[in-house]
Design a protein around this ligand. Structure first.
Ligand SMILES: *Cc1c(COP(=O)(O)O)cnc(C)c1O
Length: 452
């Protein structure tokens, strides 16, 4: 076998690699990365983080505009979260959660139950988001099976949806670059139209499409899975709470579960603790999804943790004398005490500092400072939901995301566009000055990368 020709990438000459980056390229297989490309554009070696800033090994600072893949809520090196982890480290870093239990997991599950007013009072733990999605899919199917409907084993998912990249999660994900190569390995799912605020009338169309699919497959569908309010990985595609209310009503009508994947949008990101809460209206019974998945922000960007919240009805469907009717899924580090301690510190912060109310103020700072970009000729579809701001760049620009990322570094911004969508999803540490700094960095980067 001969090696493939070395990629040249339009003969772009390689950027110099710091010695640590060079070692990394040799030994670390980077995620979401064509490694041949990384040899030309080497990874940035980071040394430490403080608040919203990351510092590279040469001491240059970068504003973490994407919260390190959306996980960091209160900045890097948050003393409160760190102390909670240190205290737990000295007591009990880990113990298995089958046959044992521990205070951090119990406390966390209780707190989450309270946050859903008891509607989702049962927490199942895992370590990463994709595993939480796998768990929700398996639990939904198994719950129907336990209730005598084993044929309900199909899933409905949305165009533009992203739910992770393990094989089950990828089967309900519609992002071509992650999915295409593995298509032959994936179970078949049903796809319905994405509600997309950039296209007028798309929410009604999306609901009509969902109704049609449910009409055809009702008896075979276990669950609908979606990302409430913002389909993040597809490029911050947004929809309204009304659409979600419509989906909840359809899932009731056709007796299928609703899985709200709040891995990215949960934990205050969109203006409420759960994005789903924005579907609640005064004077009405509060309706919840049958499952909520959380990860990313739940441990404040410190340790891997994910979880699935489910209802009493789902929980009861597994309650039996028969072992095999139980949910026997497990991961080695499930409910890790350190990660749960970090999550408890995060939830305490929400309770003590009224983070949700503060975020509404911070979101307004972002709107004020970044709003002028909405009228920029190079920008279309400027949009915001809480602490997520996004816009699309007009025209076609070669290697836009990479060039924007590299140019932004020169303006102390660490930012990774998705295709031609530029977005800001910062730690919850925004004041008027920081918002203005973000505007200036984005504007200067646009000036360099996009010429009219
Ligand atoms: C990131 C993400 C996942 C996957 O989480 P991982 O921890 O990366 O496996 C699933 N769903 C949504 C909505 C996400 O944003």
């Amino acid at each position: 076998m001969s090696a493939p020709p070395s990629p040249t990438f339009n003969n772009v000459s390689p950027l110099p690699a710091h010695p640590l980056a060079a070692r990394s390229l040799a030994a670390v297989w980077h995620p979401c990365t064509q490694m041949a490309r990384a040899a030309v554009v080497p990874p940035l070696p980071m040394a430490r983080g403080e608040g919203p800033w990351l510092f590279d090994v040469e001491g240059r600072r970068y504003f973490d505009a994407n919260s390190s893949w959306w996980v960091n809520l209160f900045g890097h090196s948050d003393p409160g979260i760190h102390q909670a982890i240190k205290d737990q480290l000295d007591r009990l870093p880990h113990v298995m959660l089958a046959g044992c239990t521990h205070e951090p997991a119990v406390t966390l599950a209780e707190k989450l139950s309270v946050l859903t007013q008891g509607a989702l009072g049962h927490t199942f733990f895992a370590s990463d988001g994709a595993s939480a999605v796998e768990i929700a899919l398996k639990m939904s199917f198994h719950s129907w099976k336990n209730r005598g409907q084993p044929q309900k084993k199909e899933f409905i998912c949305l165009r533009n949806g992203y739910h992770g990249e393990t094989i089950g999660a990828l089967a309900v994900t519609d992002v071509a670059i992650f999915r295409d190569a593995y298509e032959p390995l994936l179970m078949q799912a049903h796809w319905v139209t994405s509600p997309d605020s950039r296209q007028a009338g798309s929410e009604l169309k999306a609901l009509a499409d969902l109704r049609q699919t449910l009409n055809q497959r009702q008896d075979h569908v276990a669950a609908v899975i979606l990302e409430p309010l913002v389909q993040c990985a597809a490029g911050m595609v947004m929809h309204s709470p009304d659409y979600l209310r419509g989906v909840r009503a359809l899932c009731d009508e056709f007796e299928v579960h609703l899985i709200a994947d709040e891995i990215a949008v949960g934990c205050g990101r969109t203006g409420t603790f759960f994005a789903w809460e924005q579907t609640h209206q005064a004077g009405e019974n509060k309706r919840w999804p049958d499952f909520i998945t959380l990860s990313k922000g739940i441990s404040g960007g410190t340790l891997p943790l994910s979880l699935v919240l489910s209802t009493e009805t789902v929980f009861q469907s597994f309650w039996s004398d028969e072992v095999a009717r139980g949910f026997l899924h497990s991961h080695s580090y499930t409910g890790n005490p350190l990660a749960c301690a970090a999550a408890n510190a995060v939830l305490d912060r929400f309770a003590q500092a009224d983070v949700v109310a503060q975020n509404q103020v911070q979101a307004q700072h972002l709107a004020n400072a970044l709003g002028p970009l909405a009228h920029d000729a190079r920008v279309q579809h400027w949009r915001q939901r809480g602490m997520v701001v996004a816009f699309d760049v007009t025209g076609q620009h070669e290697r836009f995301a990479e060039r924007f990322h590299l140019a932004a570094r020169q303006h102390e911004l660490l930012i990774r566009p998705i295709g031609q969508t530029v977005y800001v999803m910062p730690p919850y540490l925004i004041d008027a000055d920081i918002a203005q700094f973000l505007f200036e960095g984005l504007n200067a980067t646009l000036n360099e990368v996009v010429h009219d």
